[in-house]
Design a protein. Structure first.
Length: 414
């Protein structure tokens, strides 16, 4: 795809975004519900395309689960479309209104961002989630997935675009870049005349490459070096359930726990039991010297381990002397994603909530709940780990901005 083709897509997306911004909620919801029906009907073709991607062998073994589509996962994507259709439209309401001393009547209205660009890796579900959320919030989207999932992404995008066409809507509301080259991705990052925002979703390498190189405004998402701190007062059975779930359920995703911190007062008693529970699920446990002194066959963690997002069945353990030591360690090494304390001490739980610098901070729950569906957003376009505009799982409202509409009757400023 040549650069002028990318610019053509940008122009088409701008035109589609203008159309979408005027579209009534009822029409958007009807199209989303029909997209869900069409997606289910096309499941055999989608699975066949995904099998081509899986056979290509372009994705690392630990990320195959992200790439794989099944009947159940296609059904989940369809359910996501229906969930988004059921949510309130953020652009259908006025946030607030007031009258100034000069008699101007001001309304603050929520409006779409415009054109959203997505750069993501081997996660075909992002194609549907991003399309659903941008469409419902009145934005056009240009999608650029990884080469590992190209056949899956094409199959999914074709279903969505076909439905828009059949519904009498502009199919360029959803566009997919099919050239996976790095050269085109670099051009995409500089499509300032057309993109209002660029959202990267994937591993730390992809995200940082976009943040460093893009001239389009970027919402930084996703890398998850997530921690669980087991306090001295913790219910240890609860702690085991939370740690194992957060590490094992889907180890390749960004909200999986990568590090375990444990208070020294319970470490000698509890660590052997917890490490055994992790090993039952195939987790390789690494630890600091204090951990190794308690469980001698644990691999000694290096300095690099504390900053590494494994996306794999690996967990590093650090023994600490206090909740403040845990907070300091987490704030030094985390990626501002999701952090958990397991405790029965209310003061410690509040201290942790207030002092941890992260988008999502939990008390007595798994980090795996950091997810747009789990938060009630219907789907998510990504999990923002930055502080400007949006933070945490991003749903419909995070894909909007504000516009002030001011009505007067001849006022001039003196």
């Amino acid at each position: 795809m040549a650069n002028n083709d990318l610019e053509r897509m940008g122009r088409a997306a701008k035109a589609a975004a203008y159309d979408l911004a005027q579209l009534p909620t009822s029409q958007k919801n009807a199209a989303l519900l029909q997209m869900a029906t069409d997606l289910l009907a096309a499941t055999p073709q989608i699975i066949a395309a995904n099998e081509q991607d899986l056979a290509g062998g372009l994705v690392q073994a630990k990320f195959v689960d992200r790439l794989r589509l099944t009947d159940a996962r296609v059904a989940d994507m369809a359910a996501g479309l229906r969930n988004v259709a059921s949510l309130a439209d953020p652009t259908a309401v006025i946030d607030k209104g007031w009258e100034t001393e000069a008699g101007l009547k001001i309304e603050q209205r929520r409006v779409p961002l415009g054109v959203v660009g997505m750069i993501y890796e081997a996660r075909p579900n992002v194609t549907v989630d991003a399309a659903a959320l941008t469409f419902k919030s009145g934005n056009a989207v240009i999608l650029r997935g990884g080469k590992e999932a190209i056949n899956s992404n094409v199959a999914l995008a074709n279903v969505l675009r076909s439905r828009l066409q059949k519904s009498g809507l502009n199919p360029d509301a959803v566009q997919l870049i099919t050239d996976p080259s790095h050269e085109l991705a670099a051009q995409f990052m500089h499509l300032n005349d057309y993109l209002d925002v660029l959202i990267p979703r994937g591993g730390a390498g992809l995200i940082q490459a976009v943040v460093r190189n893009a001239s389009v405004p970027v919402i930084e998402t996703g890398a998850g070096n997530c921690h669980i701190y087991v306090d001295a007062s913790a219910d240890l059975k609860m702690a085991t359930n939370i740690v194992v779930n957060a590490k094992v359920q889907r180890p390749s995703v960004c909200n999986a726990a990568e590090k375990l911190l444990i208070h020294r007062d319970v470490a000698v008693q509890y660590l052997p039991t917890l490490i055994a529970a992790l090993r039952e699920h195939g987790v390789e446990v690494r630890g600091d010297a204090a951990t190794q002194a308690i469980v001698s066959d644990v691999k000694l963690a290096t300095d690099a381990d504390w900053d590494t997002e494994y996306n794999d069945l690996i967990m590093a353990v650090h023994v600490v002397d206090s909740v403040d030591a845990a907070i300091a360690h987490i704030n030094q090494h985390n990626t501002k994603h999701s952090e958990t304390i397991v405790t029965n001490d209310y003061a410690n739980s509040e201290r942790f909530l207030q002092r941890i610098d992260a988008a999502c901070v939990y008390v007595n729950a798994s980090t795996r709940f950091t997810d747009g569906v789990e938060f009630g957003f219907g789907a998510e376009i990504g999990i923002s780990t930055q502080k400007l505009h949006a933070r945490g799982p991003m749903g419909l409202s995070q894909l909007t901005t504000i516009k002030y509409e001011i009505r007067g009757n001849g006022q001039i400023r003196s």
